[in-house]
Design a protein around this ligand. Structure first.
Ligand SMILES: Nc1ncnc2c1ncn2[C@@H]1O[C@H](COP(=O)(O)OP(=O)(O)OP(=O)(O)O)[C@@H](O)[C@H]1O
Length: 258
């Protein structure tokens, strides 16, 4: 488990025409150890950029980014990342995919196999351990991707639209599963999604980002909304829909539709 502390974060890109794109400015956010925080916002507001900087895939142009009190200087297995495309190795079995990270970190074969077994169990896939990714459904592959990251015992789980490519039923199953896994592991989670409903269903707090280069204002945090709902969440409840309306209004203000 690790806390996140982001202060005064800005990110500029050099565009191909020689101009500078200011993707985001003045993003400050603290996430407590073990907390589940979702990030929502219209396309281009900087959600993925924030996640990539926390993952260490990109460097901030300004500001400080601390995970567990340590400045992020590059990728680390301590910060597990799950993307929309599962990114599994097609030539390895499910079991080998999950054991891969621990083996890379020097864990011996037997202990890595035990870790693989354990986390495939966690995501309910022990029965397909010897199958290859190509033999699994999209939902199963995403479960393997989550097991693979958990096998590294990350202090922080960074998820970028992980369920975006899945059908509605599988997506809902995986949301329930992720909440269960989070309760079990207490790993800090930062979860980027386009779905306001998914964010409210999963998170303790929802970070609402607005702006973005396409809107003439750099991406920034508009609000951080606490989700005071019971652990078992009912997407049809009045309280759930009140929060959804509030966040939806913030996401859509300032967005021009053509
Ligand atoms: N490598 C890059 N070079 C130039 N501009 C970039 C680059 N990566 C991102 N941007 C710009 O930075 C801004 C933020 O992009 P980002 O991908 O973080 O947005 P997002 O909120 O995740 O969008 P989406 O919801 O569509 O995935 C956008 O305006 C984008 O065009």
């Amino acid at each position: 488990m690790a806390d996140i502390s982001v202060a005064g974060l800005a990110k500029h890109y050099d565009a191909t025409d020689g101009s500078t794109v200011i993707a985001m400015t003045d993003v400050s956010l603290t996430v407590a150890s073990g907390e589940f925080v979702a990030v929502v916002g219209a396309s281009g507001c900087g959600k993925s950029t924030l996640l990539r900087i926390l993952a260490g895939f990109e460097r901030a142009s300004a500001g400080t980014v601390l995970v567990g009190g340590v400045a992020v200087a590059g990728p680390s297995s301590d910060r597990g990342v799950v993307f929309q495309d599962y990114g599994l190795f097609p030539w390895l079995t499910t079991r080998e995919n999950v054991a891969f990270g621990p083996r890379q970190r020097g864990v011996d074969r037997k202990a890595a196999a035990a870790l693989s077994e354990r986390f495939l169990h966690t995501v309910g896939l022990a029965m397909v351990a010897d199958k290859y990714p190509g033999e699994l459904s999209g939902g199963m592959q995403q479960r393997v991707a989550i097991a693979r990251v958990l096998a590294n015992n990350p202090a922080l789980l960074l998820m970028d639209e992980p369920f975006g490519a899945l059908d509605a039923l599988t997506r809902s199953d995986l949301q329930i599963e992720l909440r269960r896994i989070h309760r079990q592991t207490q790993t800090t989670v930062l979860f980027v999604t386009h779905s306001i409903e998914e964010a409210i269903f999963l998170a303790d707090r929802v970070v609402v980002m607005t702006g973005g280069a396409a809107h003439g204002v750099p991406g920034h945090i508009r609000a951080i909304v606490p989700v005071h709902l019971p652990a078992e969440r009912d997407v049809n409840s009045h309280e759930f829909n009140e929060i959804k309306r509030e966040i939806s209004a913030m996401v859509h203000e300032g967005v021009d539709y053509v």
